[in-house]
Design a binder for this molecule. Sequence first.
Ligand SMILES: Cc1ncc(COP(=O)(O)OP(=O)(O)O)c(N)n1
Ligand code: TZP
Ligand code: MG
Length: 208
Amino acid sequence: MPSLGRLHLITDTRPGRDSLAVLRAVLPMAGGELVVQVRVEDTATDREAYDLARRVVALCTPYAVTCLVNDRLHVALAAGAVGGHVGADDLPVEAARRVLGPAAVLGATAREPGSAAEAVTAGASYLGVGPCHATTTKDGLPPAIGVPGIRAVAEAVAVPVIAIGGVTAADVPELRAAGAYGVAVVGALSGVADPARAAAELIGALTC
Ligand SMILES: Cc1ncc(COP(=O)(O)OP(=O)(O)O)c(N)n1
Ligand SMILES: Cc1ncsc1CCOP(=O)(O)O
Ligand SMILES: [Mg+2]
């Protein structure tokens, strides 16, 4: 299994956002710490997801940056991604692992220690844990678990914990102190004037 980067850039395909422009800005300075997760709206067709994933894989390959696909594991396989990410409404982790195979990177969402440990037993290679803080990026999320919630999961599992939800570079020191390995962000890179600079700040905080 390839070593996992600490900064997970999740594509923002909401209207008015340009996820490929953000990725082009971030890739040249991110080095091995970047993971890109292709995430499309639920209303997107598989063809749209596949087309975006192919473009993201093509952009990531020259930089040896890991590309994952959220939810749609057939798209991950078809597009040549390194793996995928599943949550409670997606394929169960053990089924996702069977689909992707033993060598793939497979992320699973968790928000408390019990389900986190179960996801690892079922084959997750990392956990996306949150929402850490409140966020407007996704509707219908459960309450934020805060840094203590991240710590509780990190203490319960031996795989990398990736904190998600309203995370900025300023949050990184206390998240690392709580046991988080890395962070996954949408708005902290997509909603800013200078994504390359924002990524440099995040990676600096994650690797110092
Ligand atoms: C790294 C990471 N963590 C959590 C999620 C959320 O996945 P899920 O709960 O399945 O919700 P959707 O993203 O599918 O709406 C994630 N995508 N990545
Ligand atoms: C997909 C997802 N799952 C939990 S929070 C979230 C969105 C994170 O976006 P942001 O980094 O902008 O808060
Ligand atoms: Mg999902």
